[in-house]
Ligand binder design. Structure first.
Ligand code: CTP
Length: 217
């Protein structure tokens, strides 16, 4: 059904100085499970663009492209996204990077330290802007409050076909766990899924993508 798919996964890491960085708690598990499931379904070209994780991504069935920063992830997507039938943006992209990288290690000479941050580009939004006809774009979101309104707006603004929404709470921490409870958001509305293993969820995400493709053609 698909020739080439691109999955972005893991955190991005934004350097502050040679020994420090800004990042987040993403483990990269969801992206890897999506790639494994795509392989089971016989998708010939699976490109996994991933920020640094502790997972072993080695698999002869994937092309793994390691990146560190949001700007590097965006650069790799520029190369691979146009010819992709499906792009899944499961990466936890750092919203900000430091304005001025320090080539020398910052010394603890001051009582307080202010590091100025600048916004990273919204990669998913950019992908939505240049989406090809027939291409499927999948985004992820993690929300803690006002979730349904926030997500409806995000789905439209980013020109998505499917948004996988994590409602982050004490019962559903979402990061560094093997199970997840999510909602699927499509143009047709919301669907609440039960709590399940990330590997099962990856299969449900591909089922939903295949359904969307049938509707498109
Ligand atoms: N994303 C992206 N580029 C960014 C930030 C996020 O491509 N600079 C993508 C993520 O990979 C994810 C989606 O956008 O698929 C949603 O990210 P999220 O952080 O939940 O929402 P934001 O749109 O960044 O909005 P906010 O943080 O304000 O809720």
């Amino acid at each position: 059904m698909f020739k080439r798919i691109v999955i972005c996964s893991g955190p991005t890491v934004e350097p502050i100085d040679p020994v420090r960085f800004l990042s987040n708690r993403s483990s990269g598990k969801s992206g890897l499970q999506l790639a494994n499931e795509a392989l089971k379904r016989g998708i010939p070209e699976i490109i996994l663009i991933t920020g640094p994780t502790c997972l072993n991504m080695e698999n002869p069935g994937f092309t793994v492209i390691p990146v560190e920063t949001a700007l590097e992830m965006r650069e790799q997507l520029r190369q691979y996204s146009d010819a992709a039938d499906v792009i899944v943006m499961a990466a936890a992209v750092s919203d900000y990077r430091v304005a001025q990288y320090s080539k020398e290690k910052i010394k603890k000479s001051q009582e307080t330290l202010i590091i100025q941050l600048v916004k990273n580009p919204d990669i998913l939004f950019e992908l939505g802007q240049r989406k090809k006809s027939g291409q499927i774009l999948v985004g992820y979101a993690a929300e803690t409050d006002n979730i349904l309104e926030n997500v409806r707006e995000k789905f439209k603004r980013k020109n998505l076909d499917l948004l996988v929404l994590n409602e982050v709470s004490a019962q559903n921490p979402a990061f560094h766990v093997d199970k997840n409870q999510v909602y699927f958001v499509t143009a047709g509305g919301f669907q609440k899924l039960e709590m399940m293993e990330k590997s099962c969820l990856a299969a449900r995400v591909w089922d939903e993508i295949e359904k969307l493709v049938h509707k498109l053609h």
